[in-house]
Design a protein around this ligand. Structure first.
Ligand SMILES: [Zn+2]
Ligand SMILES: [Zn+2]
Length: 244
């Protein structure tokens, strides 16, 4: 049993999932499994960076009772350590509680980066910058290859989107400014953001959604003030719906 209690400075030896070994088809992680694990990891990272308490065991339990049903606790731990290793390798902060696992296969690294990108569309630009930015313009690729990605996403209720946009009346529920432009249909352009992410089991309800401008939206996901914004939006929505 690996628990959060044991403090091993380096790696937890993981005998259950040696990356070098060929695994059977059935044990390959699906995109959804990796996504929810990443989401849980990033949530814990956010809490750690905020200095707030969180429970690794609790997050793990939620994963194992949900999408990762049937996986072992050890395999979840190992994935978490893989994620630490990837974040470390690209100079990003990682959870100290998950010592970066060595021997992460190149494929697994690529997969984690790819799904970090899926989860966090803005992240890859930063994340993929493993080397300093080139000083001469790179050639790029005139014909980027098309890539098939199987991805599970969450169904969103269009009525919730419509309701929340109508509630905002064209004014960002985060910064209070007018939507920056009109969409092609002539409506003020705002984006409906889930304050508690769907990937973290946040509900798709008006009480968990805010119509915010693209700037605020990006900042809510990727800015230094992301935690602060989340708190503000939570307070805003609580005030809106608890008063009645
Ligand atoms: Zn805004
Ligand atoms: Zn969002």
């Amino acid at each position: 049993m690996k628990s959060t209690a044991n403090k091993q400075p380096r790696l937890l030896p993981d005998v259950s999932l040696p990356e070098g070994k060929q695994r059977t088809q059935g044990s390959l992680w699906t995109p959804e499994e990796l996504l929810v694990t990443l989401a849980a990891y990033l949530e814990m990272l956010r809490l750690e960076q905020r200095g707030e308490a969180y429970s690794k065991a609790e997050h793990r339990r939620k994963l194992l009772e949900g999408v990762l049903l049937g996986r072992t606790a050890a395999s979840v731990e190992f994935r978490m350590q893989n994620i630490s290793a990837v974040l470390l390798s690209i100079g990003q902060p990682y959870l100290k509680g998950y010592a970066p696992a060595r021997n992460v296969g190149a494929k697994v690294i690529a997969q984690i980066l790819e799904f970090l990108a899926e989860l966090d569309p803005e992240l890859p630009i930063e994340l993929r910058r493993q080397a300093p930015a080139p000083t001469v313009p790179p050639p790029g690729n005139p014909h980027p290859k098309k890539r098939e990605v199987t991805l599970s996403t969450y169904e969103r209720d269009p009525e919730v989107v419509a309701f929340v946009l109508n509630r905002a009346q064209g004014i960002c529920e985060c910064c209070g400014r007018n939507a920056p432009f009109l969409s092609k249909n002539g409506q003020p352009f705002l984006e409906v953001h889930h304050v508690e992410a769907l990937a973290l089991d946040g509900p798709d309800t008006p009480q968990n959604c805010a119509a915010i401008c693209p700037n605020c939206h990006q900042e809510a996901h990727y800015g230094m003030r992301s935690a602060e914004i989340q708190r503000e939006l939570q307070e805003f929505l609580a005030a809106l719906y608890n008063q009645s």
